[in-house]
Design a protein around this ligand. Sequence first.
Ligand SMILES: Nc1ncnc2c1ncn2[C@@H]1O[C@H](COP(=O)(O)OP(=O)(O)O)[C@@H](O)[C@H]1O
Ligand SMILES: [Mg+2]
Length: 255
Amino acid sequence: MNKSDCIVFDDVTIAYGAEKAVRHVSFSVPNGEVFAIVGESGSGKSTLVRAAFGMLKQADISGQILLNSIDISTLSDGDWRNLRGTQISMIFQNPSAYLNPNRTVENHFKDLFRAHGESYDSRRVIDMLNLVHLDGGERILASYPFQLSGGMQQRLAIALSLILKPTIVFADEPTSALDILVQASVLDLLREVTQALGATVIIVTHNIKAAARIAHSIGVMNKGHLVEVGPTEEVIHYPKDDYTRVLLDSVMKVV
Ligand SMILES: Nc1ncnc2c1ncn2[C@@H]1O[C@H](COP(=O)(O)OP(=O)(O)O)[C@@H](O)[C@H]1O
Ligand SMILES: [Mg+2]
C-alpha cells in the first residue's frame, strides 16, 4: 500500500450493526489504473465501493479511505455533493437506477450540467456519445431511455457518469445486467474511455475473467477478507490463495 496513490484503503473494517461485512482490508490503486474487486455474492465488494463513494452513512467504518489524499471521513454532505459527478462517479449494475423514463437523453445531460453549475455544452456531449459508441448524434439525444437497448442504456449511463471528467470512477457490477454478448464490449469500452480520461477505476465483478480483461490489478474478497491482491497476470496465472483458484476453476468450467 502506498499512501500517495489515488485510492487508498488502509485497514478498513465495515460493520452493519453487529455484522462485519469487511475486515481489515488494505490496498491502493495508483493514478490512472484499473483495479478489479472479485469474489462471490455477499463477500463485501459493494460495501467497499459504497463506503468509498460516501453511501454508507448507517455503517460503522474504521480504518482510513483516502481519495486523492483526502481522508473521506472529513468530508461534509456538501463536500460529497460537489465531488460526486465531477471528481468521483459511480456506475451501477442497473442503468435504470439513474435514467429517468420521462427525460430525453439530451435532458439527462442538461440536468447534470445544471446540477453542477456548468453550462450545457452540446459539442462535449456529442463527443462523449461518440466515445461510448452511441453514434447517431441528434437522434440519440432526442430518444427516451426505453427506446434504447440494455447495452445502449448502460453506455449512456457510462457517458453520463464520465461527462464531467471525474478523476475516480467506481463501477459496481456494471455489466451483470447485460446480455452475455454485450458484456465484453461494455467492459472494453469502460477501460478505453476511462483510460482516455486518465481516470482511476475500481470495478466490482463476481467474474474473475471479466476482471482479467479490464484490470491492471485484482483484489479477491472472500467473506469480508481481502485474501489476495496483485497484478492481474500474477493473480490469474500464479494464484497464491486457494479461494482464488476456486474462482478461476469455476470460470474455466463455465466457458
Ligand atoms: N445495508 C446493509 N445492511 C445490513 N447488511 C448489509 C447491507 N448491505 C450489505 N449487507 C451485508 O454485508 C455483506 C456484504 O454485502 P455486499 O457488500 O453487498 O457483498 P457483495 O457486493 O460482494 O455481494 C453481506 O452479508 C450482506 O448481507
Ligand atoms: Mg454487490
